[in-house]
Design a protein around this ligand. Sequence first.
Ligand code: FAD
Length: 398
Amino acid sequence: MDLTLTPEQQAFRDEVRTWLRKNLPQEWTSRVVAGPDVPRPEFYGFLREWQRKLHEAGLLGLTWPKEYGGRGLTFMEELILHQELALAKAPPILNILGIGMAGPTIIAYGTEEQKKRYLAKILSCEEIWCQGYSEPNAGSDLASLQTKAARDGDSFIVNGQKVWTSVAHVSDWMMLLARTDPGAERHKGITYFLLDMHSPGVTVRPLRQLTGDAEFNEVFFENVRVPAENILGGLNNGWQVGITTLMYERLALGFGLQVRMRIALDALIELAKRTKKNGESATQDPLIRQKLAQLWIDTEVFRYTGARAVTKLLKGELPGPEASTGKIWWCDTHQRLQDLAMEIQGPYQQLTKGSDWAVEHGIWQYTFLRSRANSVEGGTTEIQRNIIGERVLGLPKG
Ligand SMILES: Cc1cc2nc3c(=O)[nH]c(=O)nc-3n(C[C@H](O)[C@H](O)[C@H](O)COP(=O)(O)OP(=O)(O)OC[C@H]3O[C@@H](n4cnc5c(N)ncnc54)[C@H](O)[C@@H]3O)c2cc1C
């Protein structure tokens, strides 16, 4: 891929850079200097406002059609935007599942009414989305899902349970996969619904994680009525639509995680510079220097793997197994980055938020614990390896 910017792309980069310089909230930049960030519940209000401002500036939904609030640009501009967000250490996007997954799937499969109804409110963060795929007995093997939707006149009645549903506790809508034809083959009797999370019969119960936060939830459906017009992509066609969402998920992850990893690495380098070991800066320790340099190399590799996916998109092709390669690479690199943050802190690594002596208010302890989920969320490392085994190496199906 030729990463040299055209004059139009340079102008776009300058537009983003200038806007960020003028609009990046001061309270955020001073906080980020103290460590990396993830969307924590105490920042939801702030992040809603941040997303609204980005949208008003025309910096969200860059590749979406103009008539639905996007800018009709290419994935090259999307790449430029994310690089600039990383350089500026910008806050994360709160409605990332809406922008990265629900929106593109609605653009691909939605009726005109659905596009008009949902897309603009995704961009402006007026309506937050979650993803209702996983169930207690259907994670990696998603086609085993048991949540049912039975026809009743112009509606469907949904009963069942989802689990690990991120941000369901603040979501207005869910991308729901439910079984509509129990007699059909596993992959065939599934339908993709746009489910109003405020409907009677929806119960959201938070699940507390290792970090202490309750970022994801169990969601129960008891006779929840969903209008048939909320089907996306046709009755019993949910597997195909659902896979499209997953494809966009890997793409969005690729863009978003690249930004977050670069910000985390820069913060780690600053932490190493400030930390004293035996009277010297930790950056004098040859082993820590080696590990930091390797992390920088691996972060760049991740960036270029993302660029390969963009090259395919620009040629009108769909990203292939490089998305799985990128997921594994990101997970391994990010977990090593967090391990190194603990190593640099020495015995202080034991102290968490709330202790007067915790380094940088314990933010690294939080991100270290949070990084353990990386090898599970968005498809486990084993499943990504299976994809590479089958699609790249031509191994028989597992
Ligand atoms: C932080 C976080 C956020 C999440 N957010 C969401 C969300 O918003 N919406 C949603 O729907 N889901 C979400 N998930 C769920 C996630 O997608 C699932 O946890 C994941 O797909 C694995 O499914 P499982 O937990 O049922 O594990 P299982 O599928 O039961 O897997 C258990 C273990 O067996 C291994 N395994 C399974 N099958 C194979 C195989 N064929 N070959 C080799 N190894 C195998 C797995 O790799 C894993 O190590 C989230 C998970 C996390 C951790």
